[in-house]
Write a protein that binds this ligand. Structure first.
Ligand code: BGC
Length: 241
């Protein structure tokens, strides 16, 4: 293992965000402060485990030393094993992602759903809080007093007519209907989800949150997509191994 630099708060965490469109990574110190730039490559297609792992290995190589790894994965993850990956590839069904990355990167690795990581990056830790992410897909994460309730999947649940939430509000929909109509859809999704969970705060993140211009209630906050990486440190502080 590389000797840690004396002026750096260790352990350093390599935070990885696997998206349907891009793979992103950066290293943070033990306090969650970024130590490197965020690096990004397009998600390889077809996005099989093998192709994504190869791209990740190449992506993180220039970042330097780290002691542990956190991954946000765009699908259901239980005990580091991926069970769905709607926007990647069917080969992710029952894939031992945490174990495989631990071996490849030679550092202990934890993997949870990407919206969960995003939420960890922004929640305040009191009462019910929720994060929705608008990117290639639609992520959803629920927190109670700062504790994550894993794998709540709204994305593929029917939203309206024969459309699921993700078909209604995902990247494909944004490209098809344009920003103005998509913004009206954001407001409708918020209005639909709100009265079910009644969160104190509802955070809207993901790569497309930057396009949100519609007026939203004061407790609905637009957050930076970087939280999808910075929340990674919580996987080592708050999630049991
Ligand atoms: C997946 C979710 C994921 C979301 C955002 C959806 O297609 O089912 O698990 O959080 O995309 O990546």
């Amino acid at each position: 293992m590389d000797p840690p630099a004396t002026d750096v708060a260790v352990p350093r965490t390599l935070c990885i965000d696997i998206g349907g469109t891009g793979l992103k990574a950066l290293i943070v110190d033990s306090k969650g402060k970024p130590l490197t730039e965020r690096v990004r490559v397009e998600t390889p297609r077809p996005a099989t485990p093998q192709a994504v792992l190869r791209a990740l290995q190449k992506l993180v190589l220039p970042l330097g030393a780290f002691e542990r790894v956190s991954v946000g994965f765009p699908g259901v993850c239980i005990d580091g094993v991926t069970h769905t990956a709607h926007n990647l590839h069917p080969q992710w069904l029952d894939f031992p992602m945490a174990r495989t990355l631990t071996r490849l990167l030679r550092r202990p690795t934890r993997v949870i759903n990407d919206a969960g990581v995003q939420g960890y990056g922004v929640v305040r830790g009191k009462g019910v809080e929720m994060a929705l992410t608008f990117g290639t897909g639609m992520g959803c994460a629920l927190f109670i007093d700062g504790r994550y309730v894993p794998n709540i999947e709204l994305a593929h649940h029917p939203f309206k007519g024969d459309k699921t939430y993700e078909e209604y509000i995902g990247k494909g929909a944004l490209e098809r209907v344009g920003k103005k109509k998509w913004n009206r859809r954001v407001a409708k999704v918020v209005a639909q989800v709100e009265p079910i969970f009644n969160p104190r705060f509802l955070y809207l993140g993901g790569g497309n949150a930057k396009h949100i211009t519609v007026q939203l209630p004061p407790h609905v906050k637009i957050v930076s997509n970087n939280a999808g990486l910075l929340g990674g440190i919580a996987l080592w502080e708050q999630v049991a191994s």
